[in-house]
Design a protein around this ligand. Sequence first.
Ligand code: ATP
Length: 924
Amino acid sequence: MTAFTQRSQLCHHSDTYLHSWTSGVRVTSAPTLEVPDSLWKAETSVQSVGPTDARRCVSRPQADLQLGLTQEEVRRRRAYHGWNEFDISEDEPLWRKYLSQFKDPLILLLLASAVISIIMHQFDDAISITVVAVVLSCVQEYRSEKSLEELGKLVPPECHCVREGNLEHLLARELVPGDTVCLSVGEKVPADLRLFEATDLSVDESSLTGETTPCTKSTAHQPASTNGDIASRSNIAFMGTLVRYGKAKGIVIGTGENSEFGEVFKMMQAEEAPKTPLQKSMDLLGKQLSLYSFCIIGVIMLVGWLQGKSLLDMFTIGVSLAVAAIPEGLPIVVTVTLALGVMRMVKKRAIIKKLPIVETLGCCNVICSDKTGTLTKNEMTVTQLFTSDGQHAEVTGVGYNGQGEVLLNGEVIHGFSCQSISKIVEVGCVCNDSIIRNHNVLGRPTEGALIALAMKVGLEGLQREYVRVEEHPFSSEKKWMAVRCDKAGVYFMKGAYEQVIRFCSSYNSRGSALPLNHQQVELYQQQISYMGSGGLRVLAFASGSEMGKLTFLGLVGIIDPPRSGVKEAVGTLISSGVTIKMITGDSQETAMSIGQLIHTRLRKCINGVAVTDGVPGSALCPQISVFYRASPRHKLKIVKSLQNNGAVVAMTGDGVNDAVALKAADIGVAMGQTGTDVCKEAADMILVDDDFQTIMSAIEEGKGIYNNIKNFVCFQLSTSIAALTLISLATLMNFPNPLNAMQILWINIIMDGPPAQSLGVEPVDRDIIRKPPRNVGDSIITRSLIVKVLVSAFIIVCGTLYVFWREDNVITPRDTTMTFTCFVFFDMFNALSSRSQTRMVHEMGLCSNRTFCFAVLASIMGQLLVIYFPPLQSVFQTESLSVLDLVFLVSLTSSVCAVSEVIKKVERWRGVEKSPPSDFFHEV
Ligand code: ATP
């Protein structure tokens, strides 16, 4: 029995008992876990499982809901159930891939050529054609698939799990059946979970059922269902589904292939990844070229036959032409170049989830970026405090720790020494879902800053003293959060000033609640403008026993400085014609102040609310650079409005509700650190460190990859056309064949092989980021490219024919050696100039692409062996050439490079490659 089947059986066994366990449970009481109390103690609207059934719940999988599993138990279970992942080791082996290549029409064609060679008793050719062509394509295809497979492993899912009484942040693969998992908004369910605690939980199961409306989950008992309908099992959260709302705790009942998702995963593996537009157009180009080549080959064979040449001879020519002219490497190089480029992007901290995005990156002309965390550091520190009775305090110290002081008129505030201040600190601390551990925030940085503030006045212990009985969680849509706690029965609220003040009827004046009046409101507005214009994020605080009649307590100002390097990145992008738009939930003053720090052109601003359909705001989007008080639903409208104006939009996002906008954007960018799983799922690209500069690096890389593919196409097309024309002309002019089949094969290896491949890894031109974005509709085959291809092919053909001609009329091995070497050298110089369509060789540096240097050196060494090494001489029918011959050939063949360089110079002079950056999306 293999390990795999053994495990399946074990899993099956465990499934049976887990199934009976899952279907017989009613509701039990929520165990208290050693996790941030505020997170899990809420009782209101929490459905929990009753004590009796909880015991049953726990006894089957022998787990402890309160403490979770012990490390020892985890190890034991892992040995039994394996890791919570999918076994992808059952990969298609190389030999099967090798065989699958035979379905490719081009490979079939080459094989047909080989068969013809066998018929003609040219066994050498037959073997070479088969082995070289098939092995080369197969290995390349395998390599590309390997690299693509790696992409899938770049974003390992994570989860929160309780083990030995502690809340741990783990990789989802480490889960075992019986583990207690905590779920919250935006997370991906890491394994099949039987829920035993759920607060307003609603889960998006579209990955399993295709149903896009999120379904409500509860802990309620379910009668044993026989139809296996996933949607009806509402007390189970399935692996791979996404938490859209609420939070929950559950116990793992199925991991890896033993989960419901395991089935879907197997189906997904069977699906082939869709090809990118570039891959598709290269496939088409390859097919078209093959068709043209065949027509030409047909005509040549017919002409030759009419000229009275033997049919067998014409077959030989046909085979050689088929081998030389069919660019079978074209689609493969595109895939390999894309995949390698994507791996390079990972090093620059950008994870590309969908290959077509690599192409889109170079077309992106508008970037809509979040402010907090992307343009700024997301390292929040409270620096100012303003109490509702008009006192102004300064806060010192930075970071998530208690180092620093709150100073009121030079006096240090500690504990409850100033009621007005400590009330604000208390609300900030209690109405808070985050904790600070080892100077790091687990939760939201804004809330981390409030806990650090509490630590500075010695009130951080308050967080543990209160048990929540009701909560209104924070969302970017609402922009406020409130909790009610059992101790005092009062509400504590914090949030954006405009939101909080709506719930207030009084303000705190040295301990007593006075009715709010116009004067006070004016005073607070002034303070907000003052703090905001200093770039501070402003939060308002209130408390009271009734939600509409709260007492306003005051404001805090939180600093979050711009990331270093962002200013330069924004400047570079703007100068290249990319427009930057900042979208933030913060107030106008804060947004503008940070906007100005980042770039002076970020001037024109609008309230997110104004961006609604039918309102002129939507049409204005192209000219606005800062959207303040914006919420996720505005993002979608902004994207749509920009797209309607012809923009290719990259949009960043982190929250659950950003997912729609990310999907709608041409490039959806999710935050790797602060982003929710929902948002990462919807995105095309993930910024590992949330840094705006990474978007710039990705655009740079995207443009570079596209250019490299263009260079490769230019090289391959010119060689293909040259080889085809050379042999066609020789036939039509009734010359003997200038190259024999083995020589043509060798040229083909160079054309599709290492030198050509190495063009795909050409380092990105540092100036490329300054080039304007490409037009989406632009084809890779531009007029300028066609001119270069035809000119190079023309020079190669003329030069080779000249060498062939210049020798005497009788065809000797020396003549073919000279012609053959001439073509190979032409190819090398052609590859050298194809390294860039715009830069001269000396600008790029001769050795800047080391892979290319090695590939060319290896090809030259190979060519010399073919000329001077006796056993190869007999295979290739060559003979030794003199040094003078070589010098002559090098001088002649370098002309192709020289002419290309002249064309580049002329183009640069005429400004062909330059189009002025569009100013349309900038402010007017
Ligand atoms: P950005 O787009 O700059 O990244 P954002 O859109 O994520 O920011 P939010 O986090 O939604 O902005 O914050 C919007 C406003 O909501 C803030 O200005 C602040 O007043 C308030 N706010 C932020 N965080 C909290 C929180 N944890 N609790 C209550 N109110 C908050």
